[in-house]
Design a protein around this ligand. Structure first.
Ligand SMILES: Nc1nc2c(ncn2[C@@H]2O[C@H](COP(=O)(O)OP(=O)(O)OP(=O)(O)O)[C@@H](O)[C@H]2O)c(=O)[nH]1
Ligand SMILES: [Zn+2]
Length: 368
């Protein structure tokens, strides 16, 4: 008979497969349980979800902190009885309570492209998580190139780690930034994400990897999300975060994703509250900061995005749902709504940006 305080048995969901959840018990829970039980307390339990949770539609995500009931220590089983409120929630990959993104780029092979990097940074900013930027393959560039990039990125508002997985340089600093955090890895293809992950998570820790197969190639094809334990504490999602750097943000959102804009608006304000920082008079943001042109380029995209949102909204309000005889629903246009179409305005910048997008899409296409 167990005397464990039922509320103390908490853990974090590391992986989800069908209706099963791999829950890593929190150290405190293991400690309490060990005092009360003769059995060896396993580090992870394979859990089901209580019917009660299913009934209220409570989903369980990787990263969720949960309370487990009715542990079967010998069988290493349990049941999730409660999901604690989430601090953060990512869509792609679906992960709860992530603290930060580990954005990995290479200095060479492929050559660091400031526009592609900015695109990823903007996307990373849009998650609201903190960003740890790692520039890998430092072995391929000179110290001067590294310090140039270092200064440049400081100006952008970032504090990158220069690393070389090959030469094992800078990896302790990365480890320190991952400690006790839930981190999601992201970055374009070929920059060394897998190499870095394999370094950070020793093979011995990959036991849970049996859930999804080995970490490494193939992890992209499964679209399976799993958190791995870092030896010094903390969890790392093996699935690279967003691979599609479509910005999908409105102009207003976009500006908040540039540290340079945030900083300028904290010190001063524009004459117009809805200033897009393009050519409006008395703008506090427009200026000779390096990424201002990228801002303008992404702004075009954000404006298009907003327009497409508005068009969708218009389309919704110009159709009505009809219910047919058999109860089937279909939409048909409402009468007498005036139709207006915006002239498609494709500036040079937009074309340039499309070109980059195409480039990135090609880069992003996995082998699967
Ligand atoms: N010179 C150098 N090459 C590296 C370094 N780290 C990784 N590489 C090489 O870069 C290539 C890509 O590494 P991966 O770890 O597969 O990169 P990835 O980001 O996981 O790539 P995808 O699986 O396509 O997303 C491989 O040939 C690695 O051996 C490094 O520090 N220096
Ligand atoms: Zn402005």
């Amino acid at each position: 008979m167990l005397n464990v305080d039922p509320s103390s048995l908490t853990g974090t969901v590391l992986a989800v497969q069908a209706n099963y959840y791999w829950v890593k018990l929190h150290d405190s829970a293991v400690e309490v349980a060990s005092q009360d039980s003769q059995s060896i307390i396993p580090a992870t339990l394979l859990c089901t979800r209580r019917t009660r949770l299913k009934k209220v539609g409570q989903q369980v995500m990787v990263g969720d902190r949960v309370r487990v009931e009715e542990p079967d220590w010998a069988g290493e089983r349990g049941a999730i009885a409660q999901v604690f409120p989430r601090q953060t929630e990512l869509d792609r990959p679906p992960i709860a309570n992530a603290d930060q993104l580990l954005l990995v780029f290479a200095l060479e092979e492929p050559t660091l492209d400031p526009i592609q990097l900015s695109r990823f940074l903007v996307k990373a900013e849009s998650t609201g998580l903190s960003i740890c930027l790692c520039l890998n393959k430092a072995d391929l560039v000179t110290k001067e190139t590294q310090s140039e990039w270092g200064d440049r990125l400081q100006e952008w508002g970032y504090d990158p780690e220069f690393i070389s997985v090959y030469e094992q340089v800078g990896l302790e600093a990365v480890q320190a930034r991952l400690q006790n955090q839930i981190t999601v890895v992201s970055g374009p293809s070929g920059v060394g994400k897998s190499s870095l992950i394999n370094h950070l998570i020793p093979a011995a820790e990959m036991r849970v990897g049996a859930v999804s197969g080995k970490l490494g190639r193939g992890r992209h094809t499964t679209r399976h999300v799993e958190l791995f334990e870092l030896p010094q504490g903390g969890l790392l999602a093996d699935t690279p975060g967003f691979n599609q750097p479509d910005l999908d943000c409105t102009p207003e959102e976009l500006m908040s994703y540039f540290p340079e804009v945030r900083q300028r608006l904290a010190e001063d304000s524009c004459q117009f509250s809805d200033c897009l920082h393009r050519d409006e008079p008395n703008c506090a943001v427009r200026g000779d900061w390096e990424r201002y042109d990228y801002y303008l380029m992404f702004l075009e995209e954000a404006i298009h995005y907003q327009e497409s949102l508005e068009q969708m909204r218009d389309a919704e309000s110009t159709t009505k749902v009809k219910v047919g005889e058999a109860g089937q629903r279909h939409t048909e246009p409402k009468l007498e709504t005036k139709k207006y179409r915006r002239p498609s305005r494709r500036s040079q910048k937009q074309e340039l940006q499309d070109w980059y997008q195409q480039d990135i899409d090609e880069l992003m296409t996995d082998e699967d």
